[in-house]
Each structure stands twice: as structure tokens, then as C-alpha cells.
Design a protein. Structure first.
Length: 313
């Protein structure tokens, strides 16, 4: 992308790979300790065992990296993307459920993938698919798209210009829609010069007509979540009173990404201080709940391979 050509050194560690992949910039180092930011001290990071017994998910017929899982609202289809490494051709894929830990791969989604990156899929109860792509970022600053998903094909695709970032330094690189289709949990990162992202925080947008608008109140609702570390890849519960997300760059997991959970009493109340899901060990990101919220899907780094895992409540 020409508009980002001056930012070739954004990411300096694996925990920044998501942002770097979206912008198609190279990873300059892989040391997890390179993640920086004030973050939280491990002694001050309370933990939760709400989800445990993590197990790898088998994708029958598929033998490649699998990341950013999302289970459609009827529980029948697992959506994901392959590796988001800048050297990869990152596309959206789908697989049909066999059981909690087994899905049959059906291929790439039709009508949506391009030569650019397509990633982080999610759907609402009406079958509307949301995902991010930098395909038109250079001219629009917009990265969030929506289309109708049916039997592995996406139709009526549209770009959500109302969610465009305000300038070149800002990029929305994650989005998950709520079950009712009225809310989006977004992640936006800020970059300065040729360095790594200096912030990555969550924000909330609400549907108004055909578009979504960022809510100024989200800074208050998310005050206990957004820190000097990187917060991204959020996941809603059905009632929007529970939020799971990824945090990287603090001290609580040696700088590596970890998955956190937080709660609130209603839509207009702030979320409580989050708890780290301590049973989900290793380099983990991108939580996604099953429709009954009994299962939590996410991806994990296993050696040189990204795999989807599932834990249970």
C-alpha cells in the first residue's frame, strides 16, 4: 500500500504482527520481550479460571495456519483466516461443525477475498458478515466491511466509511459485531514515525440506520480496560455485559498476548477491571464465544504454526 510505504518499521515483535499484517509491513524482530508499554505488573494482574481445559481444534481437510476464529450465531459454521503474516495471502475461510473440537473445512469464502488482506470475521443473528481489509485504506482510511453470508458466499458487500480512521497514523484493525447487529467492538492502533504502534485500544460503535457511529461514551465504558499496553480482538457475550479481549505488551504474561474477561451491569455502565484467563497459556489471541457461551475459541501459537483452540466453561 503506497500510503503506508513510509511506515515499513511499524512492528518489532510477534505481538505486533496483527497490526503489521493489516498494513502489510514487515516484522523486524520476533522476540516477545520487545513488546513495550507501561502495562500492568504481574503481581497486580488478577486472574480468572472461567474457561479451562484448552484443546486444539481439528480442521478436517485443512493443513495450514488458522487464526481469528468465529462461530456463527447458529453454531454451525466456523469462520477464520489463514496466517496474517505480511508474506501470506490472507483470506477468509469457512468450515462446518462436526463436534466441539472438529470442523470440516469447506474452502475460502466466495465473493469477498481479494489480493489484499481479509481477516477477523464475525456475524450477527441475521447472517451479516463483518471483517477488516486494508484494500482501500490508502484512499479512504476505512477498513471495516459488511456483507451477507450464505452457504460460503458473501453478497451485497459494502465498506463502512463511517468507521474510517481520522488520519494515516490511525488504523482500525479489529471488529466484532454483537449478536443483535447493533454494536461493534473495534480495535484502533496509533503509529508515529517509523516505530511500533504506540497505542492499541478498544472502542465501541453503535448502529444508526445503515451506518455505525463511534460512541464518545465508550472511553468511559472501557476506562478499566484500555491501558498503556495493547488491547485488541474483543468479543461480546450475547447480552453485551461480558467482554473478552486480548492484551499484549504488559508484564502479566511475559509480554506475550493473553486473553482477558470483564463484566458490566448494563449497556450504559462501564466494564469492571478485567481478569486474565490464566488457564489459556502460551501465545494466545482472538477470543470468540460459542452461541451458548459454554465454549471459548481462540488461536494459539504452536511452534511455527497458528492453531485454533477451544476451552470450556
Amino acid at each position: 500500500m503506497n500510503a503506508t510505504a513510509g511506515h515499513d518499521a511499524y512492528a518489532n515483535s510477534l505481538c505486533r504482527q496483527r497490526v503489521a499484517a493489516l498494513l502489510r509491513v514487515p516484522i523486524l524482530a520476533v522476540a516477545l520481550g520487545a513488546c513495550s508499554g507501561p502495562g500492568a505488573d504481574p503481581s497486580a494482574a488478577p486472574e480468572s479460571t472461567a474457561y479451562s481445559r484448552p484443546r486444539p481444534v481439528t480442521l478436517v481437510g485443512y493443513d495450514d495456519d488458522a487464526m481469528e476464529p468465529f462461530l456463527t450465531r447458529d453454531g454451525r459454521v466456523l469462520l477464520f483466516n489463514n496466517s496474517n503474516d505480511p508474506a501470506a495471502q490472507t483470506d477468509l475461510h469457512w468450515a462446518e461443525r462436526v463436534d466441539d473440537t472438529t470442523f470440516a473445512w469447506r474452502g475460502r469464502l466466495q465473493g469477498v477475498n481479494t489480493d489484499s488482506l481479509e481477516g477477523v470475521p464475525s456475524t450477527d443473528n441475521q447472517g451479516q458478515l463483518y471483517f477488516v481489509s486494508p484494500r482501500e485504506y490508502a484512499s479512504t482510511r476505512a477498513t471495516v466491511y459488511r456483507g451477507r453470508l450464505h452457504d460460503g458466499r458473501v453478497e451485497s458487500l459494502q465498506r463502512l466509511d463511517s468507521l474510517a480512521s481520522s488520519g494515516l497514523a490511525m488504523v482500525v484493525f479489529d471488529a466484532e459485531v454483537s449478536a443483535d447487529g447493533q454494536w461493534l467492538a473495534l480495535s484502533e492502533g496509533r503509529f508515529v514515525g517509523a516505530g511500533a504502534p504506540i497505542t492499541a485500544d478498544l472502542l465501541i460503535a453503535r448502529r444508526q440506520g445503515a451506518e455505525f457511529q463511534r460512541l464518545p461514551a465508550s472511553s468511559h465504558w472501557l476506562a478499566a480496560i484500555n491501558t498503556g499496553a495493547l488491547e485488541y480482538a474483543a468479543c461480546w457475550s450475547n447480552d453485551r455485559r461480558t467482554l473478552l479481549f486480548t492484551r499484549a505488551g504488559d508484564s502479566s504474561n511475559g509480554g506475550a498476548p493473553s486473553i482477558w474477561i470483564t463484566h458490566r451491569g448494563s449497556d450504559d455502565q462501564p466494564f469492571q477491571p478485567p481478569l486474565r484467563l490464566s488457564r489459556l497459556d502460551g501465545f494466545v489471541e482472538a477470543p470468540a464465544l460459542s452461541p451458548d457461551e459454554r465454549l471459548l475459541y481462540y488461536h494459539r501459537r504452536d511452534g511455527q504454526r497458528w492453531r485454533i483452540y477451544v476451552a470450556e466453561r
